[in-house]
Write a protein that binds this ligand. Structure first.
Ligand SMILES: Cc1cc2nc3c(=O)[nH]c(=O)nc-3n(C[C@H](O)[C@H](O)[C@H](O)COP(=O)(O)O)c2cc1C
Length: 351
């Protein structure tokens, strides 16, 4: 039994956002202290077979923290000390935003899932950009997830994304155009070809490199094809598949399935993996696979379906801080079992 097995029941008695805030404060306390070094000692898996080169950066292993966990870039170094190979901070928007009224984050315990309708609560690009420029960054790559301010009309989206990009440009190892969160009205409409061309073209012209786009699992296949057409044309370096879904699989048991918002965690795992496969089959740029990963087998499945890197959020809530280590150790075993020399060898093995 690990320490998290003892802590989890107490944490789960708190409202989810309160628990998240508590964990954040804890991570903030240990960040930059000898305790963080001790955590890294415990959780980092040092094995060359896990290393991935992508987007011009060296990732020590494939497992990163998905956007939304550290929206304001307060604790990227603490998260890295848990053995993650990269941390995607944000979503950051040009304007500081309170997000939707609480409660806006719900546990679906029986389903190992969450529903959130946070609505891009964040301190805004000025503050987050200053923090990223001022504070030491982790030794692992940092991605910056950029969203659209709620009050900005859809037709002005390119300038809104640009404003944020310019404020975080120095700190990011990669930049993500997030047009797939279900909790900003109209946002997902920006996944159409014309809108994407406008946003991605504007950021590429401004020097955003590497530039990635994060897609919704709810996008119908023809619309994914359209989006991938833009990826090929518009100097886009990668695709993240996927964000949360507004769909509700029949298998869900928790009463919180009725809450409005984006579903994440176990119940979206296969949906997200199929999206990774669909995207990887149709583009040459690297894919980051995210959605429902909570163990090595799940991470490996996304890698074999074409993901060069994987990320998770909800799994961390249910499995605790040892998850990156458990996945990385498990991945090494799976690679050995299947005769792969490295993670990079296994990428797309099932395509
Ligand atoms: C509370 C919460 C907030 C999130 N915020 C963002 C966000 O700001 N930007 C984004 O691109 N994705 C956001 N996500 C989506 C995650 O990055 C991820 O794509 C999704 O949760 C699926 O992965 P998971 O099943 O491992 O959680 C958020 C997810 C949760 C649960």
């Amino acid at each position: 039994m690990g320490a998290y097995d003892l802590l989890k029941p107490a944490l789960f008695r708190l409202p989810p956002e309160t628990a998240h805030g508590l964990i954040h404060r804890l991570l903030g306390r240990v960040q930059g202290t000898p305790i963080a070094d001790a955590l890294a000692e415990r959780y980092a898996v040092d094995d060359d077979r896990l290393a991935v080169d992508a987007f011009g950066s060296a990732f020590p292993n494939p497992v990163g923290v998905a956007a939304g966990f550290d929206k304001n870039a307060h604790v990227p170094r603490a998260l890295a000390s848990l053995g993650f190979s990269h941390v995607e901070v944000g979503g950051v928007t040009a304007e500081r935003q309170p997000g939707n009224p609480r409660p806006r984050l719900f546990r679906l315990r029986e389903d190992e899932a969450l529903v959130n309708r946070m609505g891009f609560n964040n301190e805004g690009a000025d503050r987050v950009g200053e923090r990223l420029d001022r504070d030491p960054l982790p030794e692992v790559p940092v991605g910056i997830n950029i969203g659209k301010s709620k009050s900005t009309p859809l037709e002005d989206a390119p300038d809104d994304y640009l404003y944020t990009y310019e404020r975080v440009a120095d700190a990011g190892d990669y930049f993500v155009v997030n047009v797939s969160s279900p909790n900003t009205p109209g946002l997902r409409e920006l996944q159409n070809r014309e809108a994407l061309e406008g946003i991605l073209g504007t950021l590429a012209d401004a020097g955003a490199d590497p530039l990635l786009v994060k897609l919704s699992p709810d996008l119908p296949e023809p619309a994914v094809d359209d989006a991938l057409g833009v990826v090929d044309d518009a100097r886009v370096d990668g695709v993240i598949a996927t964000n949360t879904t507004t769909s509700r699989p029949d298998s869900l048991r928790s009463h919180n399935r009725a809450e409005r918002g984006g579903l994440s965690g176990k119940p979206i795992e296969s949906l997200a993996t199929e999206r990774v496969r669909y995207v990887a089959e149709r583009t040459d740029v690297p894919v980051i696979g995210v959605g429902g990963i909570s163990d090595a087998a799940g991470a490996y499945e996304k890698i074999r379906a074409g993901a060069s890197l994987v990320q998770l959020y909800t799994g961390l809530v249910y499995e605790g801080p040892g998850l990156a280590r458990d996945i990385n150790e498990g991945l090494v075993e799976l690679l050995e079992r299947d005769g792969f020399d490295s993670v990079e060898d296994a990428v797309g093995a099932d395509l």
